[in-house]
Write a protein that binds this ligand. Structure first.
Ligand code: NI
Length: 226
């Protein structure tokens, strides 16, 4: 699980929220596949609406160039982000995201390796509405400040607990990774984060850094499937 703070700036969050108040929302069940539909109770912004499409493309561009997203997911394909809303008492019970998704308006499909939630509501705007992810170390409950995001393996069971007060607005998306193996992807992420932190410290030996970079890129070269 990777927490990304300030994926969107406060100004971007305000803009997204503003636009989302004036676009039509549909019943989220219509986009849930199979068993997930039975436990899904939320609203989803009309993905075909021109104003929603603009937000989708804005966020998509942002994700494609964000260093932590690129390093953590090594994305080959990113599903166009969707925007959802949980009003009071709405919830999404435990489910697994579909493994294969058709990318709208294209002939392409995507295998979901990583799922992402971008929080658009401020934490004090709602109660409940936590993203709960089952991991090998028990349940992780996630709620982040507006503009923050979480990236987690799509293979995990997860749910959104009922909103008990207020409204929770978020964006969600999925990524197909160039490195399908989750453990390997995590290890590559740790290696890259270490290299970045050595660079930021500014006193690491240049030759050693080059060697580490070399190792990182050769591992990607060996294990990427594109
Ligand atoms: Ni899900």
């Amino acid at each position: 699980m990777i927490i990304i703070d300030n994926l969107l700036s406060p100004a971007e969050v305000n803009h997204f929220r503003q636009v989302l108040t004036s676009v039509p929302f549909n019943d989220g069940k219509t986009t849930a596949m199979g068993m997930a539909a039975g436990v899904k109770n939320n609203g989803q912004a009309d993905a075909q609406h021109p104003d929603v499409l603009t937000l989708t493309n804005h966020l998509l561009a942002k994700l494609g160039q964000h260093p932590q997203v690129v390093s953590g997911a090594l994305p080959q394909r990113i599903f166009p982000p969707c925007f959802n809303r949980y009003s009071e008492s709405q919830t999404y019970g435990y489910h697994v995201d579909a493994a294969i998704m058709r990318i709208p308006n294209t002939p392409d499909v995507l295998r979901s390796d990583m799922s992402m939630t971008v929080f658009l509501s401020h934490e004090d705007e709602y109660e409940g509405g936590e993203l709960v992810i089952q991991t090998g170390f028990g349940e992780q409950r996630v709620k982040r400040p507006a503009g923050g995001a979480i990236l987690y393996p799509s293979s995990s069971l997860h749910k959104v607990t009922p909103v008990t007060k207020g409204e929770r607005v978020a964006a969600i998306t999925w990524m197909q990774s160039m490195v399908p193996d989750q453990q390997l992807r995590e290890t590559l992420y740790e290696l890259d984060q270490s290299i970045q932190s050595l660079i930021n410290k500014g006193n690491a030996d240049r030759d050693e850094l080059d060697r580490l970079h070399h190792v990182y890129h050769n591992l990607i070269r060996k294990f990427s499937v594109i």
